[in-house]
Design a protein around this ligand. Sequence first.
Ligand code: AMP
Length: 298
Amino acid sequence: MNEVLIIGTVALDTIETPFGKVYKTLGGSATYASFAASFFSKPALISVVGNDFPKGHIKLMKRRVDLDGLKIVGKTFQWEGFYEYDMNEAKTRKTELNSLENFKVEVPKKYKSIKHVFLANIDPEQQLETLRQMNKPEFIVLDTMNFWINNKKNALMDVIKKVDVLLLNDGEARQLFNTLNLVNAASRALKLGPMAVIIKKGEHGALLFTKNRHFNAPGYPLEKIVDPTGCGDSFGGAFIGYIAKTKDLSEKNFRKAIVYGSVIASYNAEGFGLNRLMGIKLKDIEGRYKEFHDIREF
Ligand code: AMP
């Protein structure tokens, strides 16, 4: 039985960073999120790719992710982005929605009772439709990005009201709640319904806000960041993967899940695409998790 359902994009990404460029490499929010979740739980994925999507990618993903919810039609979603020396901010050159544009979500019957759902970055109307087709999930996490804040804000606000945890990066939180102050953005997000809001601050860590408490996870001090693409998605995937494994929705456990999210995201940034995540083992994850303890002890 799969333990986490992830809906999001599966993409061919063209990425340029100060350390190199890759063309049409395997990417997408659901791809990163499901790989990250697979270190802790069994993920199932809902998305769409085109007939141009390499069979090798499907084979590789199938080793870790249930792909019965992956449709193949038309042309694959493509994203092209670049980073300058501030590696915290991806700049989009091109977004080609292709088969994502007319993607009608159909949750396979065997996924409908999965208790943990990650609405990774995708059209908020497709996120809402996924929830409509599920049988009462127990825990829902939502991620998004500026593209959807700009284009589908109303639908996005509707999804926020239905989820338990909202993930945003700092820029998106400011944009969505029209404020420069992150504490203010988080408290406005909490008023919409989620029990927790997590604001990701790239290499500077992540902030957790709940009604009465606040936690600040440091970023892992990486000496070389090669490609941060997918760090937000892998953070989210690891977060929900760990929650699904432990089945503990306490604030204390959210803190641990955030540190696991930060660990996986830090590995992800060490290579282009999924290269680095494909090479790590549980002992690497636990090693860095222990270092996090040390970093924040005083
Ligand atoms: P991040 O974790 O924010 O770095 O996400 C990077 C991934 O998001 C890339 O692999 C892209 O394919 C994917 N992506 C880019 N734009 C969008 C979009 N508008 N909707 C969903 N996914 C996207």
